[in-house]
Write a protein that binds this ligand. Sequence first.
Ligand code: ATP
Ligand code: MG
Length: 427
Amino acid sequence: MDSIQALRGTRDILPEEVGYWQRVASVAEAVLSRANYQEIRTPIFEQTALFERGIGEATDVVGKEMYTFTDRGDRSITLRPEGTAGVVRAYIERKLHAAGGVQRLWYFGPMFRYERPQAGRQRQFHQIGVEVLGSDDPRADVEVIAAATEILQTLGLQNLHLDLNSVGDPEDRRRYRQALVDYLTPYQDELDPDSRDRLTRNPMRILDSKDKRTREIAENAPSILDHLGDRSRAHFDRVQYLLTELGISYTLNPRLVRGLDYYTHTAFEIISDDLGAQATVCGGGRYDGLVRELGGPQVPAVGWAIGLERLIILLQQLHEPPNLAPEFYLVSRGEKAESRALILAQKLRGAGFRVELDLSGSAFGKQFKRADRSGAAACLVLGDAEAEAGTVNLKWLKTGEQSAIAQSDLLDKVADLRRQVEAAKNP
Ligand code: ATP
Ligand code: MG
């Protein structure tokens, strides 16, 4: 029979890779909790209307990329393509705004988009994201950027740069939109078909088209930065000043846009020079109109999302996978020895060691081979003789040095053992 394979655009994350994921999660958790972000977990599927309103019907995500289906109760359901809409829905529905003040939230989980799979682009992928709700202060924009930067730096990533822009407020954008359409209309026939279509629906998105000719045309387009009103200008100047104060360098990129009305002011991306075409590891910005758009009060907000797959590719280029080898490998043979070994394994685990118990019951020689292959620091051996004598044979696998120890003594020497295990791991 044919075997069933994973769907295109999905991947198994096997044990040898999981260590990288755990490292990213623990660094993010540590950095974000020090800045007093709280984790939030929202459902993986939501009503389709949430994303239509929360991301916008004119976007690629909603227009072409959503996994939408009708459930058995005839509801239109969508697997979340991103995290912000669900978090904002929860914020409104669970009245997190009632507490007043600023809410700092973070999330981690799988997202789903029907895209063409390639390196760094999948149909099921993972994001870590933050949302800061309740402040329109430029310090909030800078705080979230600083948190992303710190996570990426702590992971040891290099060759990253920050692209920064302001998309102003809806009023600025109406003016800019008109200037852009006036500029682009004469080139209408030279634009790629998607961009031509956007000219009426969402012209700002034309600026981040990947088409060569469209990009050339966009090169000389008017800049949004020349269309900011006084308030937007002041906000953006302050963001830049504060970034500089924190020592975070950036490049202005007026083509970095979020073309929807509820995105406002700051937009940014963190991009790696060490990835191919899919080089953006973090994208974010301010969205002062979204909470209201989704039926809540007027609450300003800013956030970002980091794509984990791209981060893991970078980490794999930089670091060996974390060592998953056991510290002790227990070899035993004979009825009494096997039960003693099981007890000893539990005791060592209780004392904090990583312990593998050989379950094969095969000849000692075979078990020793497996002990070697396991990469363990030491092997503990119990045969009938040891079981009778109440001892265990401790063998350090790198040096071959061995000694018989009373089983009852082993646990009295935990500190000693820990020191020896660490020494064997890092020669
Ligand atoms: P792109 O331009 O690469 O499609 P995007 O603007 O659609 O990105 P966002 O919605 O801002 O991406 O998501 C933030 C981050 O999530 C991206 O910078 C990227 O690292 C990651 N990401 C987005 N889509 C995918 C995907 N299909 N597969 C893997 N990672 C993704
Ligand atoms: Mg995309």
